[in-house]
Write a protein that binds this ligand. Sequence first.
Ligand code: MG
Length: 253
Amino acid sequence: MITLKNQREIELIGRACQILKDAFQEVSPLMVPGTRAEDIDRAVEKAIRLRGGRPAFKGFIGVEPDSPFPASVCLSIGAEVVHGIPDGRVLQAGEIVGLDIGVEYQGYYGDAARTYLIGPVPEEAKRLVRVTLESLELGIDQARKGRRVSDISHAIQSHVERQGFSVVRELTGHGIGKSLHEDPQIPNFGGAGRGPKLQPGMVLAIEPMINMGGKDVVTLEDGWTIVTSDNLPSAHWEETVVVTDSDPLILTR
Ligand code: MG
């Protein structure tokens, strides 16, 4: 069931998103060669808690009930698509690294992801990151009253495939608000004009996950990390967006 959020709820989601933005701003300088992934995780957690928020991913129960997500951020390097676990690995020049952060504030949630270029990065990887962000922009532009969920999906897929990249099928964007993941699911592929009609008060986490090579992915033994089957790089961008009476309102930017 899709729930519409009132003004007060959107304000609280906005506060969670403000904390999220602050956390990104604080750790961006760490997204350089030589930083240990777990130090980024620690810095994000501190930034969130200092502002009265809670890292929403920490302890999140996924497919395996016995292994909740162990960190505050998902940090996905190179061929890792999403849900990478920040550990003792050190960021290397030439890598692209996705950083996905979720924040809960007074019972309301925000969710966003960015992909960082670590030092000088090969041209094709740079293009992948750019096209992923462009597809997100095009998707967000469809988050308007009267359009349908799959208009977002279609805008993302069309752009990505025109550029010769591929869209991950197994993971989707989602509604957000009183839970981290709410209805509707927002696939990053599909024909236009299908699915629920968008209405003011819907809050959506739109998040293209785009592969340089084929669309297929596999989950690693840790039960979390999702990687491309062909081991080519993948990029991820996400914003939390409110459907309004006029333009989409991006709370995480
Ligand atoms: Mg999300």
